[in-house]
Design a protein around this ligand. Structure first.
Ligand code: MG
Ligand code: MG
Length: 255
C-alpha cells in the first residue's frame, strides 16, 4: 500500500533526512587512504547518536539476507555495487567508495547514498560517478505531479543507457516513510507514462546504481549481502529521499 504523507510528516522526514546528509558528510570527510570501513561506520554512528536518531540499517534483515546487517552504513568499494558490509578493509589510493546511510528520527526515515573517490581518482571513475549523479538528477526532475512512476524509471534508465552503463536488474528505489522500505518499488528502468500516478505527498528514495562494464548481471558475496559486478568493473550508487509536492520535487536528504 502506498502511503501519502501529510505536510507535517514531510517536515519530520526532512529532519530525519538532514541527519542522513550530515552522517554522509562526516563519512566523506573521514574517508582517506588508510582509513578503515569500520572507522567510516563509527563516523556515521556518532552523527546519528548525537541527533538521537536510530539506524534503520543496523539489525535490518530482509528476506534475502542470511544475517542481520551489522552497521549503520553500507560501504561498497570499487566492484561492490551496494550493500557492502563495513569491515577492517583500509581504503587505498584511487578507491571508488559508495556509502549508503539511513536514519529514523521521531518515527520517520531518511535514506541517501553518495559515491566518491579516495586519493588520486581514475578519470573513468569520475565519469561513472557523474553519470550516476545525472541519472539521479533526471529521476528527481521527473518526480512531479502529472507524471507516473514509469517516467521516473525511464529518466534514470535513459541516462544510464546513453552512457553505456549497466544497472543491476531487480534493484531500484522505493517508497519511504515510517519504514525505510515501503511501496512502491521504483525500478531504475521503465516505460514512460506507465505505473502509479505521482501525487503530492508521495515520498520516494531514488537511487540509480551504475556499473561501468555495461552489463546488468551481478553476483552476491558469500556474506549474502554485498552485490558485485560480475566483470570486476567498478560501480557507483547515489541516492536521495524525494517528496513529490505541488511545488515540484523536494529533496529531503540535504544538510
Ligand atoms: Mg539507501
Ligand atoms: Mg534506499
Amino acid at each position: 500500500m502506498v502511503e501519502i504523507k501529510t505536510d507535517a510528516a514531510l517536515e519530520l522526514m526532512r529532519e530525519a533526512g538532514r541527519v542522513v546528509a550530515n552522517a554522509l558528510a562526516a563519512v566523506q570527510a573521514a574517508a582517506a587512504p588508510g582509513v578503515s570501513l569500520l572507522e567510516l561506520d563509527q563516523a556515521a554512528r556518532a552523527v546519528l547518536d548525537a541527533a538521537g536518531a536510530r539506524s534503520p540499517f543496523l539489525g535490518y534483515r530482509p528476506a534475502f539476507a542470511p544475517t542481520a546487517f551489522p552497521a549503520v552504513i553500507c560501504a561498497s568499494v570499487n566492484d561492490a555495487v551496494v550493500h557492502g558490509i563495513p569491515t577492517t578493509y583500509r581504503l587505498r589510493d584511487g578507491d571508488l567508495v559508495s556509502i549508503d546511510c539511513g536514519a529514523e528520527l521521531d518515527g520517520w526515515n531518511g535514506d541517501a547514498a553518495v559515491s566518491f573517490t579516495v586519493g588520486t581518482p581514475r578519470p573513468a571513475d569520475l565519469a561513472l560517478i557523474e553519470a550516476t549523479r545525472r541519472a539521479l538528477e533526471a529521476g528527481i526532475a521527473a518526480a512531479t505531479v502529472g507524471h507516473r512512476l514509469g517516467d521516473v524509471s525511464h529518466a534514470i534508465g535513459t541516462v544510464a543507457r546513453e552512457g553505456g552503463y549497466g544497472m543491476p536488474a531487480d534493484f531500484g528505489g522505493h517508497g519511504i516513510g515510517r519504514r525505510m522500505h515501503e511501496d512502491p518499488h521504483l525500478p531504475n528502468r521503465g516505460r514512460p507514462g506507465r505505473g502509479l500516478p505521482l501525487r503530492p505527498g508521495l515520498v520516494l528514495a531514488i537511487e540509480p546504481m551504475l556499473m561501468a562494464g555495461g552489463r546488468d548481471e551481478y553476483r552476491t558475496d558469500p556474506d549474502g549481502w554485498t552485490l558485485r559486478t560480475t566483470d570486476g568493473t567498478r560501480a557507483a550508487h547515489i541516492e536521495h529521499t524525494v517528496a513529490v509536492t505541488e511545488d515540484g520535487p523536494r529533496i529531503l536528504t540535504l544538510p
